[in-house]
Design a protein around this ligand. Structure first.
Ligand code: PEP
Length: 255
């Protein structure tokens, strides 16, 4: 089976005020026009405060919009939270759930992540479910055990390639400048693909992203690894030139 079309997703995290957000989104929209057609799908995930503004900037362009998190409930008494339906209402097509910063900063368990992913799918969004081991877990030889458990417990039962993306993000590689080697990435992505295969009919079409210090200098090598169908990019997604260069590094695939 051929690789699915790559998804290059930018996670802006808690960065940007209105002017920066508009300028960054606009530069990505303009630059996306120069990318080879069909090379990769581009996605930007701004902080919640900028989603409405960035929605305007990307309207009519091939750049998709996503949120960085959502609540598991559709509405209600959850001060400060944002629901998947609210994200969809603003034009989002994706939402990241289970990012390691959410799992660590907000104590989110895999059960919580799954509930959020279910809410996202119910609202018509694709859930980008993040999994990945810490350095201590890798050192202890527990990478396979940890990732297998996170996948088993975080993915909704009703997932399909149309509403699920999995992101393998080793915690030790996020924002650290330390990238997993192609061999390490290949091993875990193959593991995730096998696990998806045991629970879904169209597992081969589910995109599995790698995330962790992806930059233009390492993107070609990482995106060429088997079962790597794109990247979840943090720091390098805040510079339009770097983000576009990563997108340009994606191998050409039929959509
Ligand atoms: C991320 O936050 O998802 C991420 C991969 O960050 P960075 O690219 O900065 O390592």
């Amino acid at each position: 089976m051929s690789k699915p079309r790559s998804l290059i997703a930018g996670n802006w995290k808690m960065n940007g005020l209105s002017a920066d957000g508009w300028a960054l989104a606009d530069a990505i929209v303009q630059g996306a026009r120069d990318l080879p057609a069909g090379r990769a799908e581009l996605l930007v995930c701004p902080p919640a405060t900028l989603i409405g503004l960035v929605a305007e900037a990307v309207t009519g362009s091939p750049v998709a919009l996503g949120g960085q998190d959502c609540h598991a409930d559709r509405s209600g008494a959850h001060t400060g939270d944002v629901s998947a339906a609210m994200l969809a209402d603003l034009g989002c097509r994706y939402v990241i759930v289970g990012h390691s910063e959410r799992r660590a900063d907000h104590g989110e368990s895999s059960a919580t992540v799954r509930a959020k992913a279910e809410a996202a799918q119910a609202a018509g969004l694709s859930a980008i479910v993040c999994v990945g081991e810490t350095w201590a877990e890798r050192e202890a030889g527990k990478t396979e055990e940890v990732v297998t458990a996170q996948v088993a417990e975080s993915l909704p039962a009703a997932s399909t390639s149309g509403n699920l993306v999995v992101a393998y993000e080793p915690v030790w590689a996020i924002g650290s400048g330390r990238t997993a080697t192609p061999e390490q990435v290949a091993e875990v992505h193959a593991l995730i693909r096998r696990q998806l295969g045991s629970r879904m009919d169209d597992a081969g079409a589910v995109r599995i992203l790698y995330g962790g210090s992806v930059k233009p200098a390492n993107a070609v090598e990482l995106l060429a690894v088997a079962h790597v169908d794109g990247a979840l990019v943090g720091g390098s997604s805040l510079k339009a030139g770097d983000f576009l260069a990563i997108a340009a590094a994606a191998p050409a695939q039929a959509g």
